[in-house]
Design a protein around this ligand. Structure first.
Ligand code: ATP
Length: 687
């Protein structure tokens, strides 16, 4: 090794050491900074400042800066939520063996404005059921007794508009980016009186507060579209609800599926929200200790019964007084879970746990939550709630809702590559297969049969293709629509019309593509006008099929039932379509059914367009030497369409397109999410 080389080696080694030292020193400084921040965050001053700098403050800031009149803003009102003796049971088992399963037993409590209440408990303890009951979102099919008061009065008309409810599952449009999703939520949920700048600022605030900056311009995603991560989608779901500037925030498991750091971020965001006078209730499984410290109030459930309700900081002492002393350095949340969880490992263990839970429930009953009248509710809060009840239920007028929904529907439809590709491939393949099979139609009796056959298949394809496509896309949207309707985001009609309009280009494109591939290859009526009419008929039929698909999925309780119903209804309509059963032979009492069959009107139109005025088909049986030909009008007479006109087919198809869509709208309105009503406890009713 040369001297120079040794020097270089030495130099590198020294440099490496120095670099290591630099890293260590920098890290020390970073660590000190981190510790300082942590201490500040946990100090009284830190907590107050953080809560004061909450997200959603851009509204208030803008108001203070004079950008908008505060009186015209959707005001956050102070909400005191109280509940007493909530008992919820559902029927389980089959008919004869049907029993009632009790999910909640006499749960009472309250949460004050500016407080964060955590509902904790082992899995299956009834947390989701309780938060659903408080938000008035328990599904029908059970019985709910008790009382829920908002600012001292039963939940009223305005309750929904001041409440946001974040479900455990994410229900969002996959083809919109996070920012677009937030912008739509802010636009539709906040009144137009709030300036655009304020709304957009609010969106940016929520993005940064929920740490979604990196994912803001990424698609939300779904089963077909790669999008943001599960945790980001969860936070996006929360952000959408928060953008309504709610006074009462209910969240079911907002941290499930998040890593510890993200969970901490989300809970901090909720904690700061509460700090600004909002009332926050959330269920949570097993929070880390730093999250536990953020809870103002704690409701601990097990087997549907209250184990503890009160200030979170007093819970450790409460359990200690009952003999369950939480070891130091132990996360109290973990400890409470261990104490109140059921174990089913052995019958003895199960019995012992049941006994413990029953005793803890009895102990709590002895101390009890304050009765409804004992919780003070400010007079201003009562008045604010009454004012909300008098306000309009929707933040915007129908026109603005339509414009916003049209924009969203267009983005969703134009970016839905899966539906576009499937429609393109399906139409091209079916068109080419039919074209190759029917490309050799002769002017014979067999040719007549072929020509009627191709009209039948063209008819079936355009009806079925559009129906199935709209049925599946609409069913996928229904979850989102129901969530938005439950929180009174918009009226149904603007949504429905916007969706119909944005579905039209696909239907028109499909009809034109199908006609262009098929028409000239198979050699139907060889005139440009007839080709144009053929395409128009296929498009109109597509619109009717689309309406039928929407009507079926709006009427069916779920997508599976809708998929089973669709072919059954199509077969019935097909029977009356005039293909296999000549309409003249249908019993008179049933003959009207053909008028509600788009297949009938389309078949009529396609047949008239193809055969009327044409001649030249050879007779099936002819006398040698005697010229014999079949005319198009004779074929139409055979099909029982001799007296019909083309315009009738168009009127029938467009009428049904409108009728089916109207039916879909009615079904959608009727199928609005229905929730379990609250009945006062029996003893109180009699009193
Ligand atoms: N409609 C229903 N029919 C039958 N059982 C039900 C129904 N709703 C809830 N339950 C049962 O009631 C119990 C409480 O359910 P709930 O979802 O409220 O619990 P949870 O504490 O939120 O559970 P997790 O933490 O696992 O989400 C569970 O055993 C659940 O299976």
């Amino acid at each position: 090794m040369t001297e120079q080389h040794v020097d270089v080696e030495q130099g590198t080694a020294d440099g490496g050491l120095e670099k290591k030292k630099d890293v260590a020193t920098e890290l020390q400084a970073e660590a000190a900074d981190f510790q300082r921040q942590l201490q500040w965050k946990e100090s009284g001053e830190g907590k107050t400042t953080r809560r004061a700098n909450s997200m959603l403050d851009s509204i208030s800031k803008a108001a203070l800066n004079g950008a908008v009149s505060f009186a015209r803003l959707k005001k956050v009102i102070h909400v005191t939520l109280q509940w007493e003796g909530l008992s919820y049971s559902v029927p389980v088992g089959r008919r004869r063996k049907r029993t009632q399963k009790t999910i909640l037993q006499g749960v009472s409590g309250h949460v004050l404005p500016g407080h964060l209440l955590a509902v904790m408990g082992p899995t299956g303890s009834g947390k989701t059921s309780l938060i659903n009951a408080l938000a008035g979102r328990l599904p029908k099919g059970g019985s709910l007794q008790g009382q829920v008061l908002v600012n001292g009065a039963p939940r009223s008309r305005g309750f929904r508009s001041i409440t946001c409810y974040v479900l455990q599952d994410d229900v969002l449009f996959g083809n919109l980016t996070v920012r677009e999703t937030f912008r739509f939520a802010a636009n539709i949920r906040l009144p137009a009186t709030i300036s655009r700048e304020t709304r957009m600022q609010l969106v940016e605030d929520v993005i940064s507060e929920l740490a979604l900056g990196k994912a803001a311009d990424t698609f939300v995603g779904n089963a077909f579209v790669r999008g943001v991560s599960g945790g980001e989608r969860k936070r996006c779901n929360i952000g959408v609800e928060l953008l309504s500037n709610p006074s009462l925030v209910c969240l079911d498991e907002p941290t499930s599926g998040l890593d510890a750091f993200q969970a901490q971020n989300v809970m901090e965001a909720l904690w700061t929200l509460a700090g600004n006078g909002r009332t926050v209730v959330c269920t949570i499984h097993q929070p880390r200790s730093s999250i536990f410290q953020m809870f103002d109030q704690l409701l601990l459930l097990s087997e549907g019964r209250t184990m503890y309700f009160g200030t979170a900081s007093a819970a450790v002492d409460y359990f200690a007084s009952a003999g369950f002393r939480c070891p130091e350095q132990f996360n109290p949340a973990d400890y409470f879970m261990d104490v109140t969880s059921m174990s089913f490992r052995t019958p003895e263990e199960e019995a012992a746990m049941r006994r413990r839970i029953a005793l803890l429930a009895e102990l709590y009953q002895e101390q009890g939550a304050p009765a409804l009248g004992e919780v003070a509710v400010g007079e201003t809060s009562r008045k604010d709630m009454l004012a909300v009840d008098r306000e309009q239920q929707f933040a915007n007028n129908a026109g603005r809702e339509f414009a916003l929904l049209l924009g969203r529907a267009w983005r969703q439809a134009s970016r839905n590559r899966i539906v576009q590709i499937v429609t393109l491939v399906q139409t091209t393949v079916i068109g080419l297969v039919l074209a190759s099979l029917y490309s050799d139609m002769s002017k014979t009796a067999a040719g007549i049969q072929d020509e009627i056959g191709i009209l039948f298949f063209a008819n079936m394809f355009s009806a079925m293709g559009s129906m199935m496509s709209s049925l599946t896309t609409f069913s996928m949207e229904l979850g989102i629509i129901n969530r938005e309707r439950a929180s009174k985001s918009y009226r149904v009609l603007p949504y429905y019309v916007a969706r119909f309009i944005c579905d039209m280009p696909l239907r028109v494109g499909q009809g034109l593509l199908f006609g262009s591939i098929l028409y000239w290859i198979v050699g139907l009526n060889p005139s440009a006008a007839a080709f144009f009419i053929f395409c128009c008929l296929v498009v109109c039929e597509g619109l009717a099929g689309q309406g039928l698909g929407v009507a079926i999925s709006a009427a069916a309780p779920n997508e599976k039932v809708a998929l089973a119903l669709a072919p059954t209804i199509t077969i019935v309509l097909m029977l009356f379509g005039g293909f296999y059963l000549n309409s003249a032979t249908i019993p008179a009492v049933l003959r009207w059914i053909r008028f509600i069959s788009h297949l009938y009107w389309a078949y009529m139109g396609l047949a008239i367009n193809d055969f009327r005025g044409r001649t030249g088909w050879a007779c099936a049986i002819s006398t040698p030497g005697v010229p014999c030909e079949v005319t198009g009008d004779q074929i139409l007479a055979q099909l029982n369409f001799a007296d019909n006109q083309l315009w009738e087919a168009f009127v029938g198809l467009l009428g049904l397109a409108f009728g089916f869509n109207f039916l879909g709208y009615v079904f959608l309105r009727l199928s609005k999410p229905k929730f379990l009503p609250l009945t006062p406890p029996a003893a109180k009713k009699n009193a």
